[in-house]
Design a protein around this ligand. Structure first.
Ligand code: TRP
Length: 328
C-alpha cells in the first residue's frame, strides 16, 4: 500500500525548544518510518508576523537533524523557494471572503496577542490561504499539528471543496489533521505553554549552565516551604517535565508519592530533572556540534528540489482546471 503523505512545518522564528520536541519533533522522528514525510520551513509565513530571520533556517535544520529527523526518510523544504506557492495562493484568494478570514479563531487570537487590532496587514490575514497552498500543493493526506492549527486545515478543506465545485475538478485533495496526543509542555514559569515569546522555554541547544539555571528557577509548589511538608504535584513544573523526560516511570511515581507525603525537597527533584535533561540533551548537542552549515544547506536544497517536482505537478493541473492561458 502506498504510504500516506505528511506535510508539517515550522516558522523559522527561533531555535527549537523542548516544547517543540514534546509536541512535534518526537512524532516526526516516528512518523518518518510509516509515512512519506515532508517538513517545511515556513519562512514566508514568518514574514506575515514579522518574526522572519533567515539565520534561523540553518539553526532549525540543525535542530531537526540532531533530534533524529533523517534526511534519508524525510524531505525538508524551504517555503520561499517553491515558486508555485505564490501562484496557488493568488488563485485561492478568489475562493475565500474577507469575512471568512476574519472569523478564523487562530487569527483572531493572534490579532489579540500581537496587538494588531487596527493595523491588520493583508498578508497576515491571508496566511491561512498561503498555508492552504502549502498543504494542497504537495497533495498532503495528513497534517500533524497542534489544536491551534485546526482552523487552518478547515480553511484548506473549504478551499479544496470550493475549487472542486467552481472548476469542476478533482485535482486537489482534502487533508486530515493529526492532533498530538501529548499535552503541551508548560513553560518554566508554570504560567502557560513553553514559548519563545514568553521567554520561558528550554532550548535543545541550551548549554549546561543555562540548563541548570532554568531548571533551578522552575515554578514548583509555592506552599512547599520545608522539605518535610507535603507538596503538590499538579501545576508543579518540575513534575510535568519529569513526566515527559524521566524514563523510569515506576521510580517517578514513587518520587511523586514521596513529594506528596512530605520529605522530598525541591532541590532534590530539580537535581533529578537536571540530570535527566542533561542526559537527554547531551547526545543531541553532540550531534549538533558536528553538523556543518554547508551540509544543512545541501540537504534543504535537495529536499526543496524534490518537493518542487510534486508542487509543479499540482500547479499544472490547477492552471488547466481554472483555464489559465498558456502560450504553449
Ligand atoms: N502554521 C504553522 C505554525 O505556525 C507553520 C506552517 C506553515 C505549517 N505551513 C504549514 C504547518 C503547513 C503544517 C503544514 O507552526
Amino acid at each position: 500500500m502506498k504510504k500516506k503523505r505528511i506535510l508539517t512545518g515550522d516558522r523559522p522564528s527561533g531555535k527549537l525548544h523542548l516544547g517543540h520536541y514534546v509536541g512535534s519533533l518526537q512524532n516526526r522522528v516516528k512518523m518518518q518510518n510509516s509515512h512519506e514525510q515532508y517538513v517545511m520551513i515556513a519562512d514566508l509565513q514568518s514574514l506575515t508576523d514579522e518574526s522572519f530571520k533567515s539565520e534561523n533556517i540553518l539553526e532549525i535544520m540543525k535542530d531537526y537533524i540532531s533530534v533524529g529527523i533523517d534526511p534519508e526518510k524525510t524531505t525538508f523544504l524551504l517555503q520561499s523557494q517553491i515558486n508555485s506557492l505564490y501562484e496557488l495562493t493568488f488563485y485561492y484568494m478568489n475562493l475565500v471572503t474577507l469575512g471568512r478570514l476574519e472569523r478564523n479563531p487562530t487569527i483572531k487570537e493572534e490579532i489579540l496577542q500581537k496587538g494588531y487590532k487596527d493595523s491588520i496587514k493583508a498578508g497576515f490575514l491571508c496566511y491561512p490561504v498561503s498555508q492552504s497552498a502549502d498543504i494542497t500543493g504537495i497533495q498532503a493526506d495528513v497534517v500533524p499539528a497542534g489544536k491551534d492549527q485546526i482552523p487552518m486545515i478547515e480553511q484548506t478543506n473549504e478551499i479544496v471543496r470550493k475549487f472542486s465545485q467552481q472548476y469542476n475538478s478533482n485535482c486537489l485533495r482534502e487533508a486530515e489533521i493529526l492532533l498530538s496526543d501529548q499535552p503541551k509542555l508548560v513553560g518554566i514559569d508554570g504560567k502557560s505553554k513553553a514559548s519563545k515569546s514568553l521567554n520561558n522555554a528550554i532550548y535543545l541547544s541550551d548549554n549546561e549552565k543555562t540548563l541548570r539555571e532554568k531548571v533551578f528557577s522552575m515554578y514548583t509548589d509555592p506552599d512547599h516551604i520545608h522539605v518535610h511538608q507535603p507538596g503538590k504535584i499538579e501545576g508543579n513544573v518540575v513534575f510535568s517535565y519529569l513526566d515527559s523526560f524521566y524514563e523510569d516511570k515506576e521510580h517517578l511515581s514513587e518520587l511523586k508519592e514521596n513529594y506528596k507525603k512530605g520529605g522530598l525537597g525541591d532541590i532534590k527533584i530539580k537535581q533529578i530533572l537536571f540530570e535527566s535533561l542533561r542526559a537527554f540533551l547531551t547526545p543531541i548537542q553532540n550531534i549538533r556540534l558536528q553538523l556543518k552549515d554547508e551540509d544543512m544547506i545541501s540537504i534543504l536544497k535537495n529536499g526543496t528540489y524534490n518537493a518542487n517536482i510534486e508542487y509543479e505537478k499540482t500547479i499544472q493541473e490547477v492552471r488547466k482546471s481554472i483555464g489559465i492561458y498558456s502560450f504553449d
